[in-house]
Design a protein around this ligand. Structure first.
Ligand code: 5GP
Ligand code: MN
Length: 340
């Protein structure tokens, strides 16, 4: 049950609005947040975007980036923004712990929480929602929200650049199964504002450093294991490798796709150590449910892309993963079955 009408009513008079998203924001998190930001500013609201943590350089060109409050850099400002907001838009996540240190201040704020998201199984912390787990991205939902409010004519160049970036990154450049005819139609509409798909692709994707490429080479040659008996390939990357190649957590973006890209693989997994936890990424195809597998690691996400975390060592996490693969062997060994 979505609340388009109620959201429209709330937005019909000027409000103080905070927009937040998940930790380590990705292209969709920041694209949807800043796309909504520009739209709401255009509607005469007072708006701030608060990111729970810093985010990767490849999205730091998005229009409005310089206005974003990065919570750890300015916690007082972040908290004050949340406490003083009439409305808090929660974008691209559905479990409140995903805003990390902002969890309590968002929960306790008197502002109405409005969830806009496309992940499976929201935990229900919100007051109002605009949610669809079939949507390609949260950026697509922002477009649909603006459309639903009758404001397509207010999609400016800045709004379009932000939303295009969110959709492009969350669809793997328009190749994942979520890339429907409707997505292409709405992207066509974004392009009509004059944005350049070539320039956006280059700003986001053509950003590897030599260190990052060497890190990739190391991971593929030394850290990849293929388990044909489970149609699974996984990468396990200890902390010291990050140090050796001078790379940051954002540099693992896309790495898990190499595992899934192998012939005969239905499940790709990436395990890295970040902030003293093992961060897990799952990618799947056919009938393999990534979100269900991630739920064994306090996580979730989408059917074909999910994440979780583990607070035991990398080696013990690997053991737990291998047990999980054995328990799910029947699902993993299915030949590609389309999902309804
Ligand atoms: P990634 O592997 O790129 O970090 O995440 C893949 C998908 O799973 C993303 O859509 C992300 O939002 C979701 N995800 C990642 N980590 C978690 C987690 O710890 N909990 C939940 N519920 N979802 C996650
Ligand atoms: Mn997303």
């Amino acid at each position: 049950m979505n609340h388009l009408t109620e959201i429209g009513e709330l937005l019909s008079s000027p409000k103080r609005i905070a927009i937040t998203t998940h930790l380590r924001p990705d292209g969709d998190a920041m694209g949807s947040s800043l796309g909504l930001y520009h739209y709401l500013i255009g509607q005469g609201h007072k708006v701030k975007v608060v990111a729970p943590t810093d985010y990767a350089d490849f999205i730091k060109w998005l229009p409005g980036t310089s206005e974003v409050i990065i919570a750890p850099d300015d916690m007082d400002h972040a908290k004050w923004t949340m406490e003083g907001a009439d409305l808090i838009f929660c974008l691209d996540f559905n479990a409140l712990h995903r805003v990390q240190d902002l969890e309590a201040v968002v929960r306790d704020s008197e502002g109405k929480k409005i969830l806009i998201d496309h992940h499976m199984d929201p935990d229900g912390f919100e007051d109002l929602r605009f949610w669809d787990d079939k949507a390609s991205s949260t950026a697509e939902l922002i477009y649909r929200l603006i459309d639903g409010l009758g404001h397509l004519d207010q999609i400016t160049f800045d709004v379009a650049e932000c939303l295009y970036t969110g959709i492009m990154t969350d669809t793997g450049s328009f190749r994942f199964t979520s890339t429907t005819p409707a997505v292409h139609r709405l992207v066509a509409r974004l392009l009509e504002t004059g944005i350049s798909p070539t320039a956006i692709y280059d700003r986001v994707m053509s950003t590897s450093t030599l260190d990052r490429l060497k890190f990739l080479g190391h991971c593929l040659s030394e850290r990849l294991r293929f388990l044909p008996e489970y149609k699974t390939a996984y990468l396990m990357v200890p902390q010291e490798v990050f140090k050796a190649y001078n790379v940051k957590s954002g540099d693992t973006e896309g790495l898990v796709n190499y595992a899934l890209g192998m012939k005969g693989v239905n499940l790709g997994v990436l395990m890295t150590v970040q902030d003293n936890l093992v961060k897990m990424s799952f990618r799947s195809r056919g009938g393999v449910n990534s979100a269900e597998l991630a739920s064994n690691f306090s996580g979730g996400g989408h059917f074909y892309a999910s994440g979780g975390r583990s607070n035991v060592s990398l080696e013990d996490t690997e053991k737990k993963l291998l047990e999980l693969l054995e328990a799910n062997k029947a699902m993993l060994m299915l030949d590609e079955l389309p999902v309804a």
